[in-house]
Design a protein around this ligand. Structure first.
Ligand SMILES: Nc1ncnc2c1ncn2[C@@H]1O[C@H](COP(=O)(O)OP(=O)(O)OP(=O)(O)O)[C@@H](O)[C@H]1O
Ligand SMILES: [Mg+2]
Length: 472
């Protein structure tokens, strides 16, 4: 290309020279006809020599000038090649004020603009990818042929495999519900909703697949596992409360109707029925109290009046205040020792915790004749325990025993007035204190309920009085 230009320029130059020579020849011929022969002969020779001299000087000069242009054009070609290969940092260095340097400056400007536009597109793409990756939802975009365009990090995590762009979505995700939603959105050009339980074990996702303007579809997966679990637990709770209230209410209604309809009730029977009614009423009132207590400790507004308290004092208080409960049951309530270390605790809440645990030990473990309350230092703070030596709890119940309304032996628990909320309340109180609770038990070997409380921060003592420094 550049060689061609060079040849053309050279040709042009030679042509101009020929024209000039012909013109000169015509002028000279006219001059020759009117000039003496000798003078002409001399002039002829001089003209020939000067023409040859001019040609000898002009030719290298033309070659030099054309060579400079060729080199500059070659640089432009190299520059274009760099740009085509994606190297947008390439630049030309325009020299002089000719048309070629103006073109070089314009090309530089274009390259600069391209470079900054590409940089901006790249930074926006990066920003979008970061935003998509930080989303809670899983997102995947597919082409109208069902091939993955891109997917975010959550989607890859849920799929449990790398979802490669360009490959069919079905190769990475087998979930029929997600695939059906995506296919439906692509074909109908309408938003499709779905719900999947098989995408990841134990998790439920709400799927929302929308058609993309350029064809294909965008699917967003929202994890609703927690919402579903909370909803299930709420439904179960309402069913349990209704059931717990219905049982005593049905009994009260039956006995009241019998008393009303009996024209001549026997005093003994009336008394017996009223006794049963009273028992059911107090059961309902206990249930209501427990429900209120549970709602209180579960509420985000529940505030502890927590303060530093000695572990030994907490154990001693529990034994003294609960002594009355054990008197009639013939069980010994004793301390297994406790350190004087201070924990952070709310005194009233702790009464509730020890009250529930000791009451349970009396209700369900009194056959062991002994209940032990103690505390010891552990890594997390202080570990407290309430232990009985009764029949214990079978291992299959240990996991669920702190759930609301969970009772090992429903009939027996109900008989003893239990609502199944005591341990749920205790668990919440301990957790709000920043501790944890668990139970160890074996059938026939009693039950041992443990919970931990965090240590109170060390009290900073006032600096010991230093001898006054005397300035020299
Ligand atoms: N020390 C224990 N020994 C054996 N079983 C126990 C013991 N403590 C609790 N349980 C079992 O755990 C169940 C749940 O106890 P929880 O204190 O939550 O309810 P409850 O005692 O039945 O009723 P509430 O405490 O609300 O009056 C009890 O019904 C009982 O079956
Ligand atoms: Mg209880």
């Amino acid at each position: 290309m550049t060689r061609k230009v060079f040849t053309k320029l050279l040709g042009l130059f030679v042509l101009l020279l020929v024209f000039q020579t012909v013109a000169m020849e015509l002028i000279l011929r006219h001059f020759v006809e009117h000039t003496p022969a000798e003078t002409l002969h001399r002039l002829d020779r001089e003209a020939l020599w000067s023409g040859l001299l001019a040609l000898a000087v002009a030719l290298p000069l033309a070659a030099w000038a054309a060579g400079g242009v060729t080199a500059r054009l070659q640089r432009v070609v190299d520059f274009a090649r760099h740009i085509a290969q994606g190297d947008l940092s390439a630049r030309l260095s325009p020299q002089g004020g000719d048309e070629l340097s103006a073109m070089e400056a314009a090309l530089n400007q274009t390259a600069e603009r391209l470079d900054s536009n590409f940089a901006e597109i790249e930074s926006r793409r990066h920003e979008l990818a970061t935003m998509l990756d930080s989303m809670q939802e899983a997102v995947v975009a597919v082409t109208s042929e069902g091939q993955v365009r891109w997917s975010n990090a959550v989607m890859q995590r849920i799929a449990g495999t790398e979802i490669r762009a360009g490959r069919p979505l079905v190769h990475s995700v087998r979930d029929p519900e997600l695939l059906a939603c995506v296919r439906g959105a692509i074909e109908s050009r309408e938003v499709r909703f779905g719900r999947s339980n098989s995408l990841a074990p134990g998790r439920t996702f709400e799927i929302n697949a929308a058609p993309l303007p350029s064809g294909g579809a965008l699917a967003v997966l929202h994890d609703v596992t927690r919402i579903e679990a909370a909803e299930k637990s709420r439904r179960e709770f309402i069913a349990n409360v209704s059931h717990e209230l219905r049982t005593p209410l049905t009994s009260i209604q039956g006995y009241v109707e019998t008393l009303i309809e009996d024209p001549k009730p026997r005093p003994g029977t009336t008394r017996e029925f009223l006794g049963i009614i009273q028992k059911n009423v107090s059961r309902m009132s206990r249930l209501t109290e427990d429900l209120l207590a549970l709602a209180g400790v579960e509420s985000p507004d529940y505030k502890l009046a927590a303060q530093p308290m000695r572990a030994s004092a907490l154990v001693q208080d529990a034994i003294e205040s609960l002594g009355g409960i054990v008197v009639d049951s013939g069980v010994e309530l004793e301390s297994a020792g406790a350190p004087d270390t201070c924990v952070i605790a709310d005194a009233d809440a702790m009464n509730q915790v020890f009250g529930n645990l000791v009451e349970n030990a009396v209700k369900y473990g009194s056959s062991g004749k002994r209940i032990e309350v103690g505390a010891k230092p552990v890594a997390e703070g202080i570990e407290f325990w309430v232990r009985d030596f009764g029949p214990g709890i079978a291992s299959e119940h240990l996991e669920r025993i702190f759930e609301r309304f969970y009772r090992v032996d429903k009939a027996r628990s109900r008989e003893s007035g239990g609502t199944g909320l005591g341990l749920a309340i205790v668990k919440h109180i301990v957790q709000v204190h920043g501790g944890r609770i668990w139970v160890e038990s074996e059938l026939g070997a009693g039950a041992n309920f443990h919970f931990t409380l965090p240590l109170a921060p060390p009290v900073s003592r006032p600096e010991a009085s230093q001898p006054a420094k005397t300035e020299a």
